[in-house]
Design a protein around this ligand. Structure first.
Ligand SMILES: Nc1ncnc2c1ncn2[C@@H]1O[C@H](COP(=O)(O)OP(=O)(O)O)[C@@H](O)[C@H]1O
Ligand SMILES: [Mg+2]
Length: 223
């Protein structure tokens, strides 16, 4: 089991009083699964993803990632978990504009102390796998939006994290590019045995996942 969340709760303080966003979240994920969470805008999808990715803390409940209880980890252990075990994909790709596509895929590997040539090979290999081998020397602003999101998914996978969390990665793509991105996610995730949690408001994306949940009233309902 790569992820286990039990009774997670989270509220925000607002001028109108506390806003209970997550109430009682239970979720487990196994290796190799693609799980989707759908829900309307403002229902708490990003809040949930940030907590599962250890970027934010729940008010209550327990979270384990890869067998480790997150609340028991030191800051150093937590940042190690984040950099080695978890990959993130955001709605807006967050690629580094001054570096090429290939470099954007090499940098996270070199930060993780991977040697330069091996990093380049892994990056080129991933680009080849998804048919973007001739985009490696482009800068992010000279490829299409769909290609940028595909590169952002590759970047999340490049260090072979066990768990990838994606927050509306198709949010600003048309349906054709969403479909291409989703196919790519399915192939790579199953190929490399990762677990992928995708938060989306696209029913089409959700339909193509192994399991599907609706986030509503602070709880996850199986769909
Ligand atoms: N830091 C914050 N302070 C107060 N309210 C917040 C904060 N972050 C998010 N919210 C509110 O919590 C709710 C859930 O937000 P979010 O998780 O971003 O929803 P989603 O990603 O599903 O659109 C929204 O009503 C949002 O306005
Ligand atoms: Mg959101």
């Amino acid at each position: 089991m790569i992820l286990r969340a039990e009774h997670l709760a989270k509220s925000y303080a607002t001028s109108a009083g506390p806003l209970q966003v997550l109430d009682d979240i239970d979720l487990t994920m196994d290796a190799g699964e693609i799980v989707s969470v759908v829900g309307s805008s403002g229902c708490g999808k990003s809040t949930l993803l940030n907590i599962l990715g250890t970027l934010d803390e729940p008010d209550a409940g327990e979270l384990s990632i890869d067998g480790k209880t997150v609340s028991a980890l030191t800051d150093a252990q937590l940042s190690q978990l984040r950099s080695r075990t978890i990959g993130f994909v955001f709605q807006f790709h967050h690629l580094l504009p001054e570096f090429t596509v290939l470099e954007n895929l090499m940098i996270p590997q070199m930060i993780a102390a991977c040697e330069q040539e091996a990093s380049r090979e892994r990056a080129a290999d991933l680009l080849r796998k998804v048919g973007l081998e001739n985009r490696g020397h482009h800068h992010p602003n000279s490829i299409s939006g769909g290609e940028r999101q595909r590169v952002a998914v590759l970047r999340a996978l490049v260090n072979r994290p066990k768990l990838v969390l994606a927050d509306e990665p198709t949010g600003n793509l048309d349906s054709e590019n969403s479909r291409i991105l989703m196919n790519m996610i399915q192939e790579l995730v199953h190929d490399e045995g990762r677990s992928f949690l995708i938060v989306t408001h696209s029913e089409t994306i959700a339909e193509n996942c192994d399991r599907k949940f609706l986030l509503t009233s602070g709880e996850l309902k199986v769909m």
